[in-house]
Design a protein around this ligand. Structure first.
Ligand code: GTP
Length: 597
C-alpha cells in the first residue's frame, strides 16, 4: 500500500486535462505508441466529437522511481457542471490532485470550484502550469495567480506542456513524492467507494471503486449499502487500457467489479460496497441520490412511434441511471415522456443518443426546472411540479418555490458592469465581488436555476466577449412570484409551449415569445393568430399571414422526377414538425422561449 498513489486531474474546461493524461499514460508505457489515439480516455464517440469528458474513468499506471515500483491510479473526472456529483466522488477516491492551469488563460471558475472540492477532501494539490509552449503563455503572471490562490511557493509549480511532453517526468516524480500513500487497514471489514460505473452490453454493469478498508476478492458475497442489494463478485481486477482480472483488490487500490448487474440504477455512485457476511458499520460519507435538475417532454414526431420510444428510453436508462422518465400526455403532442436530466448538456446528449443509437426522431419541449407548489387548501404540503401544465390554478395556489444556485463568475475587470447587469436581469443577487488581480474579478451571485437553463451562457459569452468563466452549485429552494405563460395558436392553447416565468417578466417574455414564434412557424394556407396569456388574460398577439405555397409550380408540368425530388425534399423538411390542431409546429418553436434575445 505504501507504493500506491491515487490522484485525479482537476482543471477548467479546455485547460488540457485529457492531453496531459495521455502524456502520463505514454510516459509510463501504459499504452504503446500503436494503441495511442488522441484523447485516449474519452472513449465514447460523442465525447471525442465534442472534445469533452462526459463520464469519469480510471486507469492504472506502473512507474519506477528511485529503484522502487509504484502503482499510480489516475482517476479522470468529467469536466462539466452537469456531472459535478461524479466529480465530487472521484475526488473523494483520491489522496492528491494535479491542478492544471492554462498558462494563457489563468485561473477560471471551474479551477476554483474543483479546487474547493479537492481541499474539502484534504487532497494534496500539485499545481501544474500547462501549455507553456503557447506563444501567448504568460507564466510569470499566471504563477502569481496560482500562488495567490493556493498559498504555495513558486518552486512548487510545475511547468508543463501536454503538447510537447515537457514537464511530464517532473509531474510523475511529484505524484510519488507529494501525494500521500493511502491509509486503511486490509484486515478491517470491506469498505469500498463506488465512484463510477459503465454499462457493458455483454457483461452488465461494471462498477469502478476504490477500496478504503479490507479487500474485495473474486467470488466474495458483497453488499451495496445504500441500495441494500447483494451480489457475488464474479470478477474483480485492475484497470489498465484493458481490464486485468485479479484475485483480489486490497485496501488503497482502485479496481473494477463485474457481478451480472443488469441495470445502471442498481449501482449508485457514492455508495459503499461491503462484505455481505461481515459488513462494516460505517458507510462512506457523502452519499447522495443524484436528482435531475432539468425536465423536458420528449415526444415522438410520429405518434405511432410511442412504444418504440419507450423501449429506446428504457435501454438508455440501463446505462445511464441519471436519466429519469415517466409517460405523460399532452393535449398538443399526444403521448410522450417527461424526462429528468442532470442539466442542459445531459439533455442534449440524450436527445442525440436517441437519434444516433436508436434512430428515433423526437420533439423536445421547453426545458424547465422542478418547482414546489403549495395550495391554499394545504399550504404545508409541497407538491412537485416537473411540468408547467401541472401547476395548480392561480386562484388555488398559495405559493411556488424554485431551485436557486450559487454562481461563480470570473471575468475581466472591464466587463464587470455588463456581467452584473446581466445577472441582475436574470434575477440574480450579488453576494460577493473579489479582485483576484487588478484585471480579474470573481463575482458570486445567488440566482434561480431556471435562468441558467434559459439563454444565460450565450448571453454571458456575448457581454464578456468570451472572457468569462462560470460555474455553479445548487443552494436549495426559494419562494418566487411565478406565473404560467400559455401560448395559443389559432385560439387553441398549446400546453407543450407553456413555461413558468417570473411575474415581472411576463409581459416582455410573452411579447417576445409571440414575435419569435411568428418567425419560426412556417406560413400556412390560412392566418394563424399567436397569443400569449397568463391565466385568462391575453398579454400579447401576433398573426402569421396566410400563404399559398405550391412548391411544384416551378416544374412546369414536364419533368416528373424533378417534381418527385422536390416533394421528397419537402417531406424531409417536415421531419421535425408536429401537427397541432391544424397548425404545423417545427422543433425550433418548442425551444423558442430559450432563445428570445
Ligand atoms: P475537457 O475534457 O473538455 O475538460 O478538456 P481538457 O481540459 O481535457 O482539454 P484537452 O486536453 O481536450 O485540451 C484542450 C485543447 O488544448 C485541445 O485543443 C488541445 O490540443 C490543446 N492543448 C492541450 N494541452 C496543450 C499544450 O500543452 N499546449 C498547447 N499549445 N495546446 C494544448
Amino acid at each position: 500500500m505504501k507504493n500506491i498513489r491515487n490522484f485525479c486531474i482537476i482543471a477548467h474546461i479546455d485547460h488540457g486535462k485529457s492531453t496531459l493524461a495521455d502524456r502520463l499514460l505514454a510516459a509510463t508505457q501504459t499504452v504503446t505508441a500503436r494503441e495511442e489515439k488522441a484523447q485516449l480516455l474519452d472513449n465514447m464517440d460523442l465525447e471525442r466529437e465534442r472534445g469533452i469528458t462526459i463520464k469519469s474513468h480510471a486507469i492504472q499506471m506502473e512507474y519506477e522511481y528511485k529503484g522502487e515500483k509504484y502503482i499510480l491510479n489516475l482517476i479522470d473526472t468529467p469536466g462539466h457542471v452537469d456531472f459535478s456529483y461524479e466529480v465530487s466522488r472521484s475526488i473523494a477516491a483520491c489522496e492528491g490532485a494535479l491542478l492544471i492551469v492554462d498558462a494563457a488563460q489563468s485561473i477560471q471558475a471551474q479551477t476554483i470550484s474543483n479546487l474547493y472540492l479537492a481541499l474539502e477532501n484534504d487532497l494534496e494539490i500539485i499545481p501544474v502550469l500547462n501549455k507553456v509552449d503557447l506563444p501567448s503563455a504568460n507564466p510569470e503572471e499566471v504563477s502569481d495567480d496560482i500562488i495567490d490562490l493556493l498559498g504555495c511557493d513558486l518552486e512548487d509549480i510545475i511547468h508543463a506542456s501536454g503538447k510537447t511532453g515537457f514537464g511530464v517526468d517532473k509531474i510523475l516524480e511529484a505524484i510519488v513524492e507529494k501525494v500521500p500513500a493511502p491509509k486503511g487497514d486490509p484486515n478491517e471489514p470491506l469498505q469500498a467507494l463506488i465512484f463510477d460505473s459503465h454499462y457493458n452490453p455483454f457483461r452488465g454493469i461494471e462498477v469502478i471503486f476504490r477500496v478504503i478498508n479490507g479487500e474485495i476478492t473474486k467470488g466474495q458475497r458483497i453488499k451495496f449499502m445504500a441500495t441494500g442489494k447483494e451480489y457475488f463478485a464474479d470478477e474483480v481486477g485492475t484497470l489498465k487500457l484493458n481490464q486485468v482480472p485479479k484475485n483480489k483488490i486490497s485496501s488503497g487500490d482502485v479496481g473494477y467489479l463485474v457481478s451480472g448487474i443488469k441495470e445502471a440504477k442498481e449501482v449508485k455512485v457514492g455508495d459503499t460496497i461491503t462484505d455481505a457476511k461481515n459488513p462494516t458499520t460505517n458507510m462512506i460519507t457523502g452519499f447522495e441520490n443524484v436528482k435531475p435538475m432539468v425536465f423536458a417532454g420528449i415526444y415522438p414526431v410520429d405518434t405511432e412511434d410511442f412504444e418504440d420510444l419507450r423501449t429506446s428510453m428504457e435501454k438508455l436508462q440501463l446505462n445511464d441511471a441519471s436519466l429519469v422518465f415517466a409517460a405523460e400526455s399532452s393535449a398538443a403532442l399526444g403521448f410522450g415522456f417527461r424526462c429528468g436530466f442532470l442539466g442542459m448538456l445531459h439533455l442534449e446528449i440524450i436527445q442525440e443518443r436517441l437519434e444516433r443509437e436508436f434512430d428515433m426522431t423526437v420533439i423536445t419541449t421547453v426545458p424547465n426546472v422542478s418547482y414546489l407548489a403549495y395550495t391554499k387548501k394545504e399550504p404545508e404540503t409541497a407538491f412537485i411540479v416537473n411540468n408547467p401544465s401541472d401547476l395548480p390554478e392561480p386562484s388555488k395556489l398559495d405559493r411556488v418555490e424554485e431551485p436557486y444556485i450559487k454562481a461563480t463568475i470570473i471575468t475581466k475587470a472591464d466587463f464587470v458592469g455588463q456581467v452584473m447587469s446581466l445577472c441582475i436581469e436574470k434575477r440574480g443577487q450579488i453576494t460577493n465581488q473579489t479582485y483576484l488581480t487588478p484585471e480579474r474579478v470573481e463575482l458570486n451571485f445567488d440566482m434561480p436555476l431556471a435562468e441558467i437553463v434559459f439563454d444565460f451562457y450565450d448571453r454571458l459569452k456575448t457581454v464578456s466577449k468570451g472572457y468569462a468563466s462560470f460555474d455553479y452549485h445548487p443552494i436549495g429552494m426559494r419562494t418566487s412570484k411565478l406565473v404560467r405563460l400559455d401560448v395559443l395558436l389559432n385560439g387553441q392553447s398549446v400546453d407543450a409551449l407553456s413555461a413558468l416565468i417570473h411575474e415581472d417578466n411576463a409581459y416582455t417574455i410573452g411579447k417576445k415569445m409571440c414575435e419569435k414564434l411568428k418567425e419560426l412557424i412556417p406560413r400556412q394556407q390560412f392566418d394563424i393568430p399567436i397569443q400569449a396569456a397568463v391565466g385568462a388574460k391575453i398579454i400579447s398577439r401576433e398573426t402569421i399571414k396566410a400563404l399559398r405555397k405550391d412548391v411544384t409550380a416551378k416544374c412546369y408540368g414536364g419533368d416528373i422526377s424533378r417534381k418527385r425530388k422536390l416533394l421528397e425534399k419537402q417531406k424531409q423538411g417536415k421531419k421535425r414538425m408536429r401537427q397541432v390542431g391544424n397548425v404545423e409546429i417545427p422543433q425550433s418553436a418548442f425551444m423558442a422561449v430559450l432563445k428570445l434575445n
